[in-house]
Design a protein. Structure first.
Length: 335
């Protein structure tokens, strides 16, 4: 079983309810039907029923996918009141909330906020800014997380054949040491959500163990100390060059006393430039499959797609969001 099949299998073991606000898009509509057919999620879409039927051949509100229309939804008044309560401190009136509810992204986020869905995915049509704005304003940041960030699940092919996490490659442009520490801790938890292995977190740099003297190296080292103080049992190290973090022989040479060097599976880049470039090199030259960006640090799962995404990309993100939702349900139950 390859790593992508494992992701699907993980989602099938405890499928969540995912709402897709862009069901009028053919890629989203067909991925929704496939996801339900494969049992990786229960899916709702926000769409025109006739457009959805034309894309999929499926009638609205069958036993496959539930189709919602915000303007005629029986939940419209309830959701408008919830949105008003959520945003009145920002000056929103109830009348404005009633108008906002008819926006597909807003409606989907309100479904999640109300507990009528476990997570949402947008961005196949909408911009990242609009997708994240709806998530942040309505679903909100988790109380135990300092910053909302993102990661990519990188499915490495042979000879590695495993999942690793790259962060942050999509959101936080120039994190300070506190933000880097938060990204590292969130990414370690995210790795544990998807892989049955202990997270070993490497904070990357052009330096290994102070081999170079620079403010950016100091920032990485400070972030490691903060993360260790907050999570004493987490295996985390840095500053580490990528080869020292990834290749056992190099790690043994450059950082022989490190529990992470050469064995890392969570890679934290020092800024968005490095992270975005790094994941695309791994994808385009290294042949890794890049699943994401996956958002972390929200109260409930809400993820973003690229407007150039394929049906397969949407399907994979449904699986990811379903797994995130299952993990949150388990954590709520345990607490």
């Amino acid at each position: 079983m390859d790593v992508l099949e494992k992701l699907v299998s993980l989602a099938q073991s405890d499928p969540g309810h995912v709402v897709l606000p862009e069901g009028n898009d053919i890629r989203v509509a067909r991925a929704a039907v496939r996801a339900v057919s494969d049992g990786i999620a229960h899916v709702s879409v926000v769409a025109d029923p006739e457009i959805f039927k034309a894309h999929t051949g499926q009638l609205a509100n069958s036993d496959k996918v539930t189709v919602h229309q915000p303007a005629t939804s029986p939940k419209r008044a309830t959701y408008a009141q919830a949105l008003y309560e959520r945003r009145k401190h920002r000056g929103m009136s109830l009348e404005e909330a009633e108008d906002w509810v008819t926006d597909n992204l807003t409606y989907a986020a309100l479904m999640v906020h109300a507990g009528d869905a476990d997570g949402t995915i947008g961005g196949a049509v909408a911009t990242t800014a609009d997708t994240l704005r709806a998530a942040l304003q309505i679903i909100g940041k988790a109380e135990d997380t300092a910053i909302v960030s993102s990661f990519f699940l990188m499915a490495l092919g042979e000879p590695h054949n495993r999942l690793v996490v790259f962060a942050d490659c999509a959101l936080v442009i120039e994190p300070d040491h506190e933000q880097l520490a938060s990204i590292a801790l969130s990414s370690a938890r995210s790795y544990s959500d998807f892989v049955e292995d202990v997270p070993r977190v490497a904070l990357l740099s052009f330096s290994t163990r102070g081999s170079a003297d620079h403010e950016s190296v100091d920032r990485v080292q400070a972030a490691v100390e903060i993360a260790r103080d907050r999570e004493p049992y987490l295996q985390i190290d840095g500053d580490l060059q990528f080869d020292a973090a990834f290749v056992p022989a190099v790690g043994q040479t450059k950082a022989p006393d490190s529990a992470v060097a050469g064995e890392a599976n969570v890679f934290i880049f020092p800024n968005l430039n490095a992270g975005n470039i790094g994941y695309k090199i791994a994808q385009r030259i290294g042949g890794a499959a890049a699943i994401g960006p996956v958002i972390q640090g929200l109260n409930k799962p809400a993820n973003d797609l690229s407007r150039g995404c394929s049906e397969e990309d949407v399907y994979q993100m449904i699986a990811v969001t379903s797994v995130q939702a299952a993990r949150q349900r388990q954590q709520s139950h345990d607490s």
